[in-house]
Design a protein around this ligand. Structure first.
Ligand code: UDX
Length: 453
């Protein structure tokens, strides 16, 4: 089977490289020539653990190009382009439209399944199909009847463990009313569904991991599954953060509370870590889109709205905590440990750290930052931020009035706290993820405050 993947960012590359590893011939297309050139020269344009290794194992099965010609001789075309948020909360569909136009222009005469991986509003499957058909008809003078169908197959890949989530997923959702298209997509994933592939050495199969459940559904339900999953996860985190605020007031410990409620199987432990809240490319974008979409139908989604409100207020709360502790912020130096929205990624989209850096700068703070992976990306994407970047995390403490842990990068647990203490003008650490070794920090004479305890 020949497969095309349009879009070579986190989702597109994860899918393209994984399918290639499973023995499928994959062509990855992107309009960004620099990215394609980098990939042709075996350089990864993003940081994702294990990707370089899997890429090397699959290289023979992979082609990278900016040319859509190959669509004409492919059975499956994945759309994995970005859908960033517009001002009104709706996703920007311009890149999906461009991809659809190109597919329509290059579609061949044999049956082609277009798989929508990009997170798109409910009903977009139909819309994409109509766009492709329109372009095809304009070129050929007849409709692509019987040779085209669009399937919704949402991704649930977490950055940082995307390859693991791809090869060992909790479920695969296939949304289509077309039996043949269902079979095509099913057979593409067959070796993942029945786990018949030989795992790559650096991504071993988890013990006891068995057959992957497949949810066969209609396109609209598949599209809504994606939004619902992300909205639910976001509200689980916002809920624990809301309880954390109360825990602080009454002198309770949120980590114990998470343990106490997580032991209930109906609740579970995952996504109950309190801190400075969620960020990243999905939760903010998808919850905003869900609200905007529901509004079109005259619906209010009070719970989803509350999840967002609680989450974004946490960022301001960090500034207030610092002001409480330091009194005057103006002119003081504050270090930020980590810039990404979570560890093991270089993605800075909707990162609490970036937001908090802006807020601190507005209050006249001298902001110093460190991140083990994302500093070059931050310099490129946030060049307007007058912040100081340091290559060694211990330099964050130099003349520091406070240091805030933003991202749980493991290297921050190994800091020499005595050395750190000796550099600070005021010894205060705010642990935004309840991640640092409290005892060692306090023994070094530094005041430590976590979240919700
Ligand atoms: C998410 C979904 O998990 C994934 O299924 C979807 O397809 C894409 O969006 P991702 O954004 O990569 O994945 O990260 P995730 O691991 O879900 O974390 C999101 C944010 O929540 C991060 O900022 C993380 O720090 C935060 N988080 C997570 C918490 O604050 N507490 C938790 O307990 C878990």
């Amino acid at each position: 089977m020949n497969v095309v993947v349009i879009g070579t960012s986190y989702v597109g590359l994860t899918i393209g490289i994984s399918l290639a590893f499973l023995g499928i011939k994959v062509t990855c297309i992107d309009i960004d020539e620099a990215k394609i050139e980098a990939l042709q020269n075996n350089n990864m344009p993003i940081y994702e653990p294990g990707m370089q290794e899997l890429f090397e194992l699959s290289r023979n099965q992979l082609t990278f190009t900016t040319d859509y010609e190959v669509v004409g001789c492919s059975e499956v075309v994945f759309i994995c382009v970005g859908t960033p948020t517009l001002d009104d909360g709706n996703p920007n569909m311009i890149y999906v439209k461009k991809a659809a136009d190109q597919i329509g222009n290059h579609l061949g005469n044999s049956f082609t399944v277009v798989v929508n991986k990009s997170t798109v509003p409910i009903g977009s499957g139909n819309w994409v199909e109509s766009l492709i058909a329109e372009t095809f008809e304009a070129k050929h003078g007849f409709k692509p009847k019987g040779i085209l169908t669009v399937v919704s197959n949402p991704e649930f890949l977490r950055e940082g463990s995307a390859l693991h989530d791809m090869l060992y997923p909790d479920r695969i959702v296939i949304g289509t009313d077309h039996p043949m298209a269902y079979q095509v997509v099913y057979s593409l994933y067959q070796s993942i569904i029945n786990q018949s592939f030989l795992p790559p050495p650096h991504l071993p199969r988890p013990d006891g991991f068995g057959t992957v459940p497949v949810v066969a559904t209609d396109p609209a339900s598949a599209e809504l599954i994606k939004y619902s999953a992300n909205a639910f996860l976001s509200l689980k985190i916002s809920f624990i953060n809301e309880i954390a605020c109360l825990a602080e007031k009454v002198g309770a410990d949120i980590t114990q509370i998470a343990q106490g409620i997580g032991l209930d199987n109906r609740i579970g432990f995952k996504f109950l870590n309190a801190g400075i809240g969620w960020g990243g490319s999905c939760f903010g974008k998808d919850t905003a889109a869900l609200l905007a979409f529901a509004k079109e139908y005259g619906l209010e989604m009070a719970i989803v709205e509350a999840s967002r409100k609680t989450n974004y207020a946490l960022r301001q709360k960090v500034v207030e905590r610092l002001a409480n502790e330091l009194k005057l912020l103006k002119g003081k130096t504050i270090g930020l440990m980590g810039l990404t929205f979570k560890p093991f990624t270089d993605d800075l989209r909707d990162s609490p750290a970036i937001d908090i850096a802006y807020k601190l700068l507005q209050r006249g703070v001298r902001v110093v930052v460190h991140d083990p992976i994302a500093m070059e990306r931050a310099k490129k994407e946030y060049g307007d931020l007058p912040i100081k970047y340091v290559g060694n995390p211990e330099d964050l403490f130099e003349d520091g009035a406070a240091v805030v842990l933003m991202t749980e990068w493991p290297l921050y647990q190994k800091i020499d706290w005595n050395n750190a203490a000796s550099k600070m003008t005021n010894r205060f650490i705010l642990d935004g993820r309840n991640f640092l070794p409290q005892q060692a920090i306090e023994e070094a004479g530094i005041k430590y405050i976590g979240v919700g305890r």
